[in-house]
Every structure is written in structure tokens, then in C-alpha cells.
Ligand binder design. Structure first.
Ligand code: MLC
Ligand code: AMP
Length: 451
């Protein structure tokens, strides 16, 4: 098997090669359990994996990769709206009821879709991002090179297993580099402190919480590398983490569609507020509002566009959305950035206010708005991201209620409506009842006025 080198026996074996929430396995046992499940999966169009942070999730994902069956991770807390969309759109079937007898399976072509990961856009339901094994391998090798990530590392994190960060980097990365993996179940400061790793992954919310717990932070002093990504790492958190742990964190940037494309390097400068340089195999450019390439002078802001070996294949069942997301070979990230003369990148913000990053989770305002409009007492709604010290952004909904203006509404009811129909992390943290939404002459809601 070419993608998950550790399962080939390339790095020997060890009893606790992969440990999740205290349950551990060797690579040989993981390979055997996955092989049996893979035998029962062969021929499935796609397999849905309930991505709980457990060893069973890892076995199921590896089984799909061995069988050449695209794996569709389903957030375990996904409510009916989100779950039905993912299952219907992907055509993924549940895991086989029983594992098969292990038999030799041909190694799937690296071009075969390995994962279909759902990601939110500005409007509509999340789109399925189809990713080949080749892109995943290229992305992981680029990061291994940037971070000098090897089989000598012990990787620690507690991130969810239904997104790129926790699953591709945090699980497949360990199985490709041969690093031992300790998944802490949840990304708590105490869990990170107790794990004794060399390489730690976290979203900025996690690093902010580690800084708020100096005892946990000081336990990370012996690590080799602390890596932050999925959302902007605030400069004060960068500085505080460095003060408490002695490590300037490495910041890296990416997207579900492109995998991780930019990073500061183990042996390079780590500049607070900047996300470094392209990994091997990736190119970037900036483009202005007129689709003209903008200078890399450290000041001019443009849309960041990316191309290279880590690129997704397409959005599942969405040829127009796929075409719209590219300018020729260049993927339009929708992020505004500057690049300096040395090639260092700084992410300035999103081009659209309708993409919210909360705790490192991407949430489309439109998706939350549609969900709230499905509640009988909501007539109009606008969802925005407010700055939040812990989460980066917090989801806030402004609602116009059906019925008497000013009537009491139980905000908790509306929050629960989103938490149970979509998923917990997509729930608004605050609900503001208003008499009307600010609109321009065209009738479009002016969200900047709400902020
Ligand atoms: C609260 N809870 C509710 C609820 N309100 N449950 C149901 N209904 C409600 N109304 C419960 C939750 O179930 C949970 O319970 C608890 O409250 C806490 O929920 P939370 O506040 O949402 O969690 P919190 O601890 O604040 O989460 C912070 C976090 C999380 C950092 C742990 O945001 C996180 O895991 N972020 C990682 C996101 C990520 O991996 N992104 C990568 C995307 S890939 P319980 O029992 O579960 O505690 C990408 C590419 C790249 O971006 O560059 O990497
Ligand atoms: P996702 O679709 O969940 O993969 O989220 C991708 C988005 O997360 C990017 O388009 C960025 O907006 C944001 N992002 C990821 N990493 C960083 C980072 N280091 N700094 C700023 N934004 C980031």
C-alpha cells in the first residue's frame, strides 16, 4: 500500500502505534482489522464513516483506503438536515455489518477518490470535496518536509476526525510518516499536557486555551514543534505560547479543497501573523479585483490563488461550482492575502462575510440561515460572525419573528434548532430579535451594519 507507509511494515511495529482516547493498537493489528473490513467493502460506491474520535473510525477509514472505496466522514453530531444531505449527495452506504475474511486486495490507483469531505460555502448545503490519494500523499509529504516530520515523532492532537486537520494531517499523516499517534479524544490543555508528544497540532482556540492554563503549557516545553492552523492564530496567542513553552509555533494555512498549502518551516523563520511559504509542489499568486496578477510586495492585498499537487479533483455532483472555483489552473481560495518579496504569506481575511470560522470550523452563513428559516417562528434571518476571543469568530443570528414584534422568544430554542438539525458547532451562540433587518435599495441585507 503506497499511501499509509506505516502499515506496510516500513517502520517496524510497536504496541501503541495509534492511541485514541486511551485505546491503543499496533500498526499490524490496525492493518489486519482494516484489511478484514476492506474485504467486505470492495465494490461499494462509497462508505459513510461516523467519525467519532475512536479507533474504530481509524479502522474504517483505513479499510476504505485499502479497498479503493471513497470514504465519506460524517460528523457524529450531524443532525437530520446535515446527515441526510451528506448521505444522499454522496451515495455513501453504511459500513458493512461484519468484516470479511482478509484477502489480498490490489493497491488502489493513487488517482482513485480516497475521501469525500463536506465543506460549507457561502450559500446552500455543504459541498463534497473529492480528494485523490495522490493529492493526500503530496500534501503530507510537503508537510513532512516543511516540519522535518519523521517516524521519530510522537504526534499529539484531539481534533475531530471529519475534517482535513484531524483526519488527513492528524491520522493519515501519522500513518504515512510512521510517527506514533496519540489522539486525546478532545483537544483539552490537560490532555495535551499529559500526552508527552514531540509534535502537537491545534486550532487557535486550542492554543488560546493552552495559554490560559500555564501548567499545561509548561508541560509542552519538551516538545519539538507546536503547529497551529485552520484559522488565524492571534499574535498575542503566538507570543504567549512562545513565552510559556519556549516554542514559537509553526503556523500553516490550507483548505479542504487544496489541503495544506502554506507553512512556516521547522528550519525557517516563524513570523507572528504570517503563514509562511508554499510547501513543495504548490504555487501561489495574488489576483486583484480585475483578475490581474498583483505584486508580491508585502502590502498589496489580493485574492490568494493556489495550484499544485495537493489539489482536489472536483466538488461532487457540482460541475458548475467546480468550474467557478478555478481561474484556469488556479484555485480561487476566497481568502485575501499579501505576499512579501521573500515569499512569506499573510492571510488578511475572507473575501466573503458569509464564511464564518468558529473554533476552526468553517460554517456558511447561508446554511445556518436556511436552517433557522425552517423554524416556524422565524420570518427573516441574517447570520454573521462576530469577533470572539476564544473561538476567533462566534456565530450570531439576527432574527425577525413571525407574530408580535417584541414577543418573547426562547433564544435557546432557536440555538437548539440549529444544533440538532445541522450540528452542534454550527449553532449560533447569540440570537438577537430585531423588528427588521437593514436592507439596501435592492432589498439585500446589509450585514456590515449588523456587525
Ligand atoms: C452546547 N452543547 C450542545 C449545545 N450547546 N449540544 C447540543 N445542543 C446545544 N445547544 C455541548 C456540545 O455538545 C459539547 O458537549 C459542549 O457543549 C461544548 O461544545 P462547544 O462549545 O461547541 O465545544 P468547544 O469545547 O467550545 O469547542 C472548541 C473546540 C472545537 C476547539 C474543541 O471548536 C473544535 O474541535 N475545533 C476544531 C475544528 C477543526 O478541526 N477544524 C479543522 C477544519 S479543516 P461535549 O459533551 O462534546 O463536551 C481546515 C483546513 C485547515 O480548516 O487549514 O486545517
Ligand atoms: P476549511 O474549508 O474548513 O478547510 O477552511 C479553510 C479556510 O480556513 C481557509 O480558506 C481560511 O479562510 C481558513 N484558514 C485555514 N488556516 C488558516 C490560517 N493559518 N490562517 C488564517 N486562516 C486560515
Amino acid at each position: 500500500m503506497t499511501l499509509l507507509t506505516a502499515l506496510d511494515g516500513s517502520f517496524g511495529d510497536q504496541p501503541e502505534a495509534v492511541s485514541i482516547a486511551g485505546v491503543a493498537t499496533s500498526w499490524a493489528d490496525l492493518r489486519a482489522a482494516s484489511g478484514r473490513l476492506a474485504s467486505a467493502m470492495v465494490g461499494m460506491p462509497a462508505v459513510a464513516v461516523e467519525a467519532e474520535p475512536t479507533l474504530q473510525t481509524v479502522v474504517a477509514v483505513v479499510a476504505g483506503l485499502l479497498a479503493g472505496v471513497p470514504v465519506v466522514p460524517v460528523p457524529p453530531d450531524a443532525g437530520p438536515l446535515e446527515r441526510e444531505h451528506i448521505l444522499r449527495d454522496s451515495g455513501a452506504l453504511p459500513l458493512p455489518a461484519a468484516a470479511g475474511v482478509e484477502r489480498a486486495l490490489p493497491t488502489p490507483s493513487p488517482e482513485v477518490p480516497a475521501l469525500v469531505m463536506y465543506t460549507s460555502g457561502t450559500t446552500g448545503a455543504p459541498k463534497g470535496v473529492v480528494m485523490s490519494g495522490r493529492a493526500i500523499a503530496a500534501g503530507l509529504d510537503g508537510l513532512a518536509d516543511a516540519w522535518q516530520w519523521t517516524a521519530d515523532d510522537v504526534l499529539v492532537h484531539g481534533l475531530p476526525l471529519f475534517h482535513v486537520h484531524g483526519l488527513v494531517l492528524g491520522v493519515l499523516g501519522a500513518l504515512r510518516t510512521g510517527a506514533r499517534l496519540v489522539h486525546t479524544g478532545r483537544p483539552t490543555p490537560a490532555g495535551y499536557a499529559a500526552a508527552g508528544g514531540s509534535l502537537y497540532f491545534g486550532v487557535p482556540t486550542v492554543w488560546g486555551r493552552v495559554c490560559a492554563d500555564p501548567a499545561a503549557a509548561s508541560a509542552l516545553t519538551g516538545a519539538r514543534l507546536l503547529v497551529s492552523g485552520s484559522a488565524p492564530l492571534p499574535v498575542p496567542v503566538f507570543d504567549e505560547l512562545q513565552r510559556l513553552t519556549g516554542h514559537a509555533p509553526v503556523e500553516r494555512y490550507g483548505m479542504t479543497e487544496t489541503l495544506i498549502t502554506l507553512s512556516t518551516r521547522f528550519d525557517g523563520e516563524r513570523r507572528p501573523g504570517w503563514v509562511g511559504v508554499p510547501i513543495a509542489g504548490v504555487d501561489t499568486r495574488l489576483v486583484d479585483d480585475h483578475d490581474t496578477v498583483a505584486p508580491h510586495d508585502g502590502e498589496t492585498i489580493g485574492e490568494l490563488q493556489v495550484q499544485g499537487a495537493t489539489m482536489f479533483d472536483r466538488y461532487l455532483n457540482r460541475p458548475e461550482a467546480t468550474a467557478d472555483s478555478f481561474a484556469g489552473d488556479w484555485f480561487r481560495t476566497g481568502d485575501a492575502a499579501v505576499i512579501d518579496a521573500s515569499g512569506f504569506h499573510r492571510i488578511v481575511g475572507r473575501q466573503s462575510m458569509d464564511i464564518i470560522k468558529s473554533g476552526g470550523f468553517k460554517v456558511g452563513a447561508g446554511e445556518v440561515e436556511s436552517c433557522l428559516l425552517g423554524h416556524p417562528s422565524v420570518r427573516e434571518v441574517a447570520v454573521v460572525g462576530f469577533p470572539d476571543d476564544d473561538l476567533g469568530q462566534r456565530i450570531v443570528a439576527f432574527v425577525v419573528l413571525d407574530g408580535v414584534v417584541g414577543e418573547e422568544v426562547d433564544a435557546a430554542l432557536l440555538i437548539d434548532h440549529v444544533a440538532t438539525n445541522l450540528s452542534v458547532h454550527k449553532r449560533p451562540r447569540d440570537i438577537h430579535v430585531v423588528a427588521e433587518l437593514p436592507r439596501n435599495a435592492m432589498g439585500k441585507v446589509q450585514k456590515h451594519l449588523l456587525r
